[in-house]
Design a protein around this ligand. Sequence first.
Ligand code: PRX
Length: 677
Amino acid sequence: MSTGKIESVLSEERRFDPIESFASQAQVNEERLDALRRRGGSDPAGLWADLSREMLAWHKPFTVTLDRSRAPHFAWFSDGQLNASEACLDPWIRKAPDRPALIYEGERGDSRSLTYRELGEAVERLGAALRGQGVASGDRVVIYMPMCPEAIIAMHACARIGAVHSVVFGGFSARSLYDRVVDASAEVVITADAGRRSGKFVRLKAAVDQALEHGEHPVRRVIVFRHSGEDIAWHDRRDRWAHELTDSAAAGCPAEYVNAEHPLFLLYTSGSTGKPKGIQHSAAGYLLHAKLTCQWVFDLREDDVFWCTADVGWITGHSYVAYGPLANGATVVIYEGAPTYPDGGRFWSLCERYGVTVFYTAPTAIRALMKLGDELPAQYDLSSLRLLGTVGEPINPEAWMWYHRVIGRERCPIVDTWWQTETGGIMISPVPGATPTKPGSCTRPLPGVHAAIVDENGNEITEPDRGGYLVIRHPWPSMLRNIWGDSERYRETYFGKFGDSCYVTGDSARRDADGYFWIMGRLDDVVNVSGHRLGTMEVESALVAHPAVAEAAVVSRPHEIKGESIFAFVVLKSESARNESAPPKSEGEAARSEGERQAIAKPSKQGAMQQQLRAWVDEQLGPIARPDDLRIIEALPKTRSGKIMRRLLRSIARSEAINQDVSTLENADLVRQLTQP
Ligand code: PRX
């Protein structure tokens, strides 16, 4: 895709220097940052090697820093050995066993806290139980849990025995869960009876049951935590209560030492095809970056109460809930529920009650809470806060200013952190004691991160404010190692464009005259809905899987709160074609398909069909993928060579004037139809 036309329309002049009282105490001040940047610029591998020796508890020290022999599969510290969970938790279990590690609050206000000792014991008990169930080092375990301590315990228990966790966000549908279980060939699933959100149950165990009815799968054991007390169906041969297994497990659970490159986890994320990618991260490089960036970017210390509002189902919930802050001995707050339950003061109430010092959330949440006005946050004592962060999508300057003024009370630095599931940790961000900030910019790459903006030919763009491809031109320890089971796709997606040494992020960005980075959005068919990545192709595949749908094209349009929202254009099959749809793959699908057939056999009004299709996407992929807009049209606009004209559809979805060239359109009359409201 050409970036030649990427023009920036944003011009933000405000600038905020580091707050003196913060900077004078910060772990990284300007001087240290300069030194790190110099070293990271001239000898990135040397910098990472020093930091990993300093920061990680190695069982066997490494001698090789960066191995490029299998590029673009890079290996870091590869002859070293450690255990990521032990390296994370054990120093604090020894040093501060009674310090709260996790403070949990449920939506109804129920709360519990686990000290580092208790967390360590729970991890060992579950690790031993998993071993007792035959889970060995390298085996994949799918975790499909509510946002509760047991989700984190499950992740660490896997890490402790060298098993590879693959957390699937609890908001994903049974179908998505099935696809991920099969792709990872996981034999064990860890889940809970149900979670809660917005006053409703999220029936996780029922979704697991449904997923496992969907088709062939390798799962032999489902381990269930009792969490909500909801009644659930039980399959004697397959299901086990977690508490029964842990009660009867052998005492202790010695850590499994693994090579630095051993996979710590897989996390599925959307790409530009219909199939999600299992992003594979390594044990040592990943942990190093998660731990280190907590210090550099969040200035995190042992006495901090850190609250990152992300669910463990996303990368942010991995790096900045389950691993990074615990590796630094901080106290981590987790909340299971909606930010607006019972009202929009919930986040601020939690900050007040638990004395949160560092708060990290997504722009979508900030915008939603900003809309509710200044009165709600004003009711809470937010004086414990000392630093605020954002992640997941560009933050508009208005939301940034509100966050700064109303939440930070103009005394907390804001770190706008750019990174991705693939990068493992924060890559471009202010360092709060040293970097002046500008609302809407993630500022500059962290030391050792060789981010650049390049043109179509891979040449660096030095001219200010000209958009191009955001790339990283030197490997870094927490980079993804592979797409699970698909090395070719890994190579093609991330290194196909500019060669083995140039990781392509998929984002476009520009740099201003001060060298500050401004992220402009995705260059591929990935949309960012409420800070969550979704492939338009995934939504299209879900739509065409409906027996009534012939073709679908999905684009995004800007959305006031969510950042972007999904707009689907759908072409329906003729009545006769619908009845000849492919046979269902399983019993569950058969029942559903029959229902669908009956529903669509009757002439249905457009509105009813739109509702039905939106609900269908919800069922196939989960509520975040449900299109906000769905338009049924006669045909998709295509070029004569059969390519869908997505740019035209995007303009239509955004109600923009159509000024692009439509002369190559197969059916020119269609434009007139499509632009009619
Ligand atoms: O487009 C960028 C956007 O989110 C994408 C990564 O999404 P995901 O892998 O789900 O990880 C989200 C949490 C790290 C990026 O390619 N993005 C992330 N952070 C920012 C951002 N866009 C602008 N500013 C950010 N701070």
